[in-house]
Design a binder for this molecule. Sequence first.
Ligand code: ZN
Ligand code: ZN
Length: 176
Amino acid sequence: MLHPLDPQSDPFHEWPTRSPLGALTVMLYHPTIYDAVSSALTRLPQSIPTRLSSHPKWLAFIRFKEICERAYGSTPRNMTSLCDNLQHSTMGVTHPDDARSAQCSQCCSAVYCSPQCQQHDWKIHRDECGARYIDRIYQRADRAWFSHRTRGMLLQLLQAFLEDFCDNFQDPREAL
Ligand SMILES: [Zn+2]
Ligand SMILES: [Zn+2]
């Protein structure tokens, strides 16, 4: 991807309209690809990142890689506790960090952090459970179904984006 490197030319200049690095940047959201790219980056000769260090496409790539690192690099993966109980935050439910969420066994669509949340939500969910079962079949057929694992992964990434945003936020009023 980074060849040929003519020292005098833009390393991305000869690439076709769809930038391979741009495509790779987008795919980094997937932990398996992030792992592979992260490992490959450690094996790059230092001269390459140094040479690319001010290139906008490279900077965007590294920036997104840092956010993925925040999401996937240290915290345990697939441990995000999902809960479809809208009253979850008021339930005072405590569970160990490694607790896995359990899905509704009838529709396999709703997921809960605990039996308490599932029981509490049943008042609402019982009226939608049948419809969600059907929806899930159609979504799977259309390849539009997100597994609970993928939902957890995307939530982890969203959390990393928000944390990064908060860390780097500068109030425009402070600049006045
Ligand atoms: Zn819950
Ligand atoms: Zn259900």
